[in-house]
Every structure is written in structure tokens, then in C-alpha cells.
Design a protein around this ligand. Structure first.
Ligand SMILES: NC(=O)c1ccc[n+]([C@@H]2O[C@H](COP(=O)([O-])OP(=O)(O)OC[C@H]3O[C@@H](n4cnc5c(N)ncnc54)[C@H](O)[C@@H]3O)[C@@H](O)[C@H]2O)c1
Length: 444
């Protein structure tokens, strides 16, 4: 059996040894279960100046969360509205609120800071102050203990209603492995609709998931189904057995198609229309690796990775984008390798960085905007799957530990973030790439 550092340092002797040597010890993360409250305790909501977003959030969240207004109360989460800051001197408000709160914040605590976009600032000093928020929050992420996370939301003037969905996500157990991220909220591409049932935010939706037979794709299918969606599970014919198992278990349908086939997009559209009357969500998850140093990478190795991970998505979208229901959501699976680069993965990093570029561009495509469709990406860090189980011991343990939560993520963490990017209450978020990496130190 392979040595598991996380299990070892949680055991009696391992715990003592880790404490004596100052080694990192992973905390138990709070992961969402249906019926769970949004967060276990009170949330301090405060801010600078009139703090209009804090007021909006207090109204929006008070039905589900106990709101605290004084930093002296013991809380499970802190939300700070810094939208009204003018100069770096105003950052003192953030220190004054979060500093004391960190002393009482329980395990798996949450810090969320809200600002206005740096590029919309009216002065150089204001730009500096707004950009400083990101630096502060990333540092808080590294100071948090007990599986806590810290994230930033930049919301454009006039788009404040769009912060409710990201704040809900970041407070909840759905964001267990998401830390030090920056989510940008703009004018919604279609009217924002808050879910009737917070546990089933995807009720009535049809979701296509590629690469759904196993690993992260199977988990995405499971989470989207749990949240109310009907699943079209897509994978290669060779994975037909496990693919049907996933589809049958979730009451969805299976479609055996290689995403690199010229007519893959048309086949998916045909299937979704014939079996489900259309579709609302597309998750481009299918992906492969063919690792070698660039010096040893031949044209076949190069091409196969680019074909599956990137070119197939571009080609399929030619059929999927015109056919997706208005107000739908497209989510692409990128990778931290596309941000930080990785030795032996130039082909993979090219494909995943390409996915991030494509996501940004497609989100601003006039046809996509006219349909009110959002396009976002997730970039997983080290996720515990069959793929990462095969990584050599030292590299694997380094991958697991080199993040602020000192552990690998689970497929469900990626799936939950994809689910959030498919909520109709989240229509102000488009063109974003959200890392699911526990604040991995690579490419930070
Ligand atoms: N596991 C990680 O740590 C990690 C990290 C970053 C990104 N990712 C990305 O997440 C996604 C899922 O990864 P995983 O770890 O679950 O991998 P996996 O190999 O376990 O699963 C990938 C699935 O995609 C399917 N697939 C491959 N080629 C296909 C094709 N041509 N047509 C249709 N289906 C195809 C496979 O059959 C398989 O079911 C990939 O895009 C991967 O690059 C994974």
C-alpha cells in the first residue's frame, strides 16, 4: 500500500512527530452535504464607509445565516465590503475588522473581501488600494488555520446583486478546497434568478458532461445531478461500461462519443434534443495527459493532447453554442499546469492555458452574450484521482502538501465549483477561471 502522509500525521505517533518537527498537518475540510446550513455559525458582515454591498448581503443572507455586526462576536465567517475605499489608508478598515475576527474564527472559517474592479478606479491611489485587497486576502489565506479559506470578489458598479451567489458559495462547504481566488462579477448576461430551493439550484436543468465515466467527470455528473440537473454523460466507447453505470445510477442518459470526432458536437446536440428536449449546461471535462520533456515530445504526443483537451472543445462549441438554451452555462476544465506550467507537460500546459484563453474570449462573443450564456473555467490543482495516484511518491506528496490546506483536493471539490458556475443566480460571473487548488503555491 502506498504511504499516505495525510493519514500518517493524523495518527497518534505521526501527530506527535509532525508537531515536534513543525511539519504541516492537514485539517478536516467542511464539505457540503444536502440539508447542511450554509455555514455552522454567525457571519460578521461589515465594511468601509456606507458599505452598500454589506447592507445588500445582510438582507439577502439573513434568512439562512446569523449575521453579526461586531468584531467582538465569535464568528464562523467574515464578509468585508471594501467597495467604498479611496486610498490605501482606507485599508486600515480591513485590518481592523479581519484582524480581531481571525482570533475567534472557528475551524473551516471563511473570509470574503469585496471590492470594486481595479480597472474601473477613478484615481491611481484608488487603483492601488483596490489591488491591495488581493494581496491582503492571499496572505490571509496563508495565515488561516483549521481548513479555513479566504477569497476576494470584485464587483462592478451597478452589478451588486451578482455578489450574492459567489458569497454564498465561498461561505458554504461547496468551496472547501477553493482559497485565495478572485472572482469578478459584472453586469449579468441574463436576469439573475435565485433558486427556489438552495439545495437544488440546478432543478429542471439538463447538463452535458464529457469524460463522465470516471474520475472528476463522474463526480461532476453526480454533484450536478444531486443539485437537480438531468445528466447526459459522454465518454469514449471504450469506457461504455462505467459510463452507463454513471448514467443509470443518476437517472440520466449515456452517449458514447469520442470528443475528437468531427461530428461530436452535432451528435451531442442531437442526443440532448431527442432525449431531453435540449440542454442548459455544458461541462467540457474530458482530458488526457501524454507527458514527456519537450525535447522528447513527438508530433503524435503533442497533437493527441491538443486534440482532446482543446481543439475538440473549439470544434464542439460550433454546434453546442447555437443549440444551448438561452441563459445556459458552459464550464471548461483547465488545470493549474496551464497557469504555472509543469516540467514534462508542455503539450498539456499548452492545451489548458488555451482553455483559459478560449474561456475569456468566448465569454465576450456577441452570440454567446446575446443568448445570455456564461462561460467560465475551473483550474484544478492536485486532485486525488487515478491519474494522480500513479504519480511517483515524492512528486505526489509534494503536490499534496504544497498548498495552504496541506492536502490534495477531491473530485467533488472541482465538481462543486463547476456546479456554482452553472447557477442561474450566478449570471454576473463570466469569463472567469477559478482555481480549485487549496491555494497551491505553484503559480500563485
Ligand atoms: N486529476 C487532477 O489532479 C487534475 C488536475 C488538473 C486538471 N485535471 C483535468 O480534469 C479533467 C478530468 O481529469 P481526471 O483526473 O478525472 O482524468 P481521468 O483520466 O480519470 O478521466 C478522464 C475521462 O475523460 C475521458 N476521455 C478521454 N479522452 C476522451 C475523448 N477523446 N472523448 C471522450 N472522453 C474522453 C476518459 O475516458 C475518462 O473517462 C481533465 O480535463 C484533466 O486534465 C485533472
Amino acid at each position: 500500500m502506498a504511504f499516505d502522509y495525510g493519514k500518517f500525521v493524523s495518527s497518534g505517533v505521526g501527530k506527535q512527530l509532525a508537531t515536534a518537527l513543525g511539519l504541516p498537518r492537514p485539517s478536516r475540510l467542511r464539505r457540503h452535504e444536502p440539508g447542511d446550513p450554509l455555514i455552522g455559525g454567525a457571519v460578521l458582515v461589515a465594511g468601509h464607509g456606507d458599505a452598500p454591498v454589506a447592507e445588500l448581503l445582510t438582507g439577502a443572507l439573513s434568512a439562512d445565516v446569523q449575521i453579526a455586526t461586531s468584531p467582538s462576536t465569535s464568528v464562523s465567517g467574515v464578509v468585508v465590503d471594501m467597495t467604498q475605499i479611496e486610498t490605501p489608508a482606507d485599508l486600515e478598515t480591513l485590518r481592523g475588522i479581519v484582524g480581531p475576527a481571525l482570533k475567534t474564527l472557528g475551524a473551516t472559517g471563511r473570509v470574503i473581501v469585496i471590492g470594486r474592479p481595479v480597472e474601473d478606479a477613478s484615481s491611481v491611489a484608488q487603483s492601488a488600494a483596490r489591488r491591495a485587497l488581493e494581496g491582503i486576502v492571499r496572505s490571509i489565506g496563508k495565515e488561516m488555520r483549521g481548513g479555513g479559506t479566504a477569497n476576494t470578489v470584485y464587483v462592478a458598479e451597478g452589478a451588486d446583486e451578482g455578489v450574492i451567489a459567489p458569497v454564498r458559495f465561498f461561505l458554504s462547504g461547496r468551496s472547501a478546497y477553493v482559497s485565495a481566488q478572485v472572482v469578478h462579477v459584472g453586469s449579468p448576461v441574463a436576469p439573475i434568478e435565485q433558486p427556489a430551493d438552495l439545495d437544488r439550484p440546478l432543478a429542471g436543468k439538463v447538463a452535458i458532461v464529457t469524460g463522465a465515466a470516471r474520475g472528476i467527470g463522474a463526480s461532476i455528473a453526480e454533484v450536478l445531478s444531486r443539485d437537480g440537473a438531468t445528466i447526459v454523460a459522454v465518454d469514449i466507447p471504450a469506457a461504455g461500461g462505467p459510463l452507463s453505470e454513471v448514467a443509470n445510477r443518476l437517472g440520466g442518459t449515456a452517449l458514447q462519443v469520442d470528443v475528437t470526432a468531427q461530428d461530436a458536437g452535432e451528435k451531442i446536440v442531437e442526443h440532448a434534443k431527442a432525449r431531453h428536449g435540449g440542454f442548459d449546461i455544458v461541462v467540457h471535462n474530458a482530458g488526457i495527459t501524454r507527458d514527456k520533456l519537450l525535447a522528447n515530445t513527438d508530433a503524435d504526443r503533442w497533437d493527441s493532447v491538443l486534440q482532446v483537451n482543446l481543439l475538440s472543445i473549439l470544434r464542439m462549441n460550433e454546434a453546442l453554442v447555437p443549440a444551448i438554451n438561452d441563459g445556459g452555462h458552459i464550464v471548461n476544465v483547465a488545470s493549474i499546469a496551464g497557469i504555472a506550467g509543469n516540467r514534462g507537460q508542455t503539450n498539456y500546459a499548452a492545451s489548458k492555458a488555451g482553455v483559459i484563453g478560449m474561456t475569456r474570449a468566448l465569454a465576450t462573443d456577441p452570440q454567446v452574450i446575446a443568448k445570455g450564456v456564461t462561460v467560465n473555467a475551473v483550474a484544478p490543482g492536485f486532485i486525488e484521482t487515478e491519474m494522480t495516484a500513479k504519480v511517483p511518491f515524492a512528486t505526489r506528496e509534494a503536490g499534496r502538501l504544497m498548498n495552504s490546506l496541506s492536502q490534495g483536493g477531491k473530485p467533488v471539490d472541482v465538481a462543486e465549483t463547476i456546479g456554482f458556475l452553472a447557477w442561474d443566480s450566478n449570471r454576473g460571473v463570466t469569463g472567469n477561471t477559478v482555481r480549485v487548488c487549496g491555494q497551491m503555491l505553484l503559480g500563485a
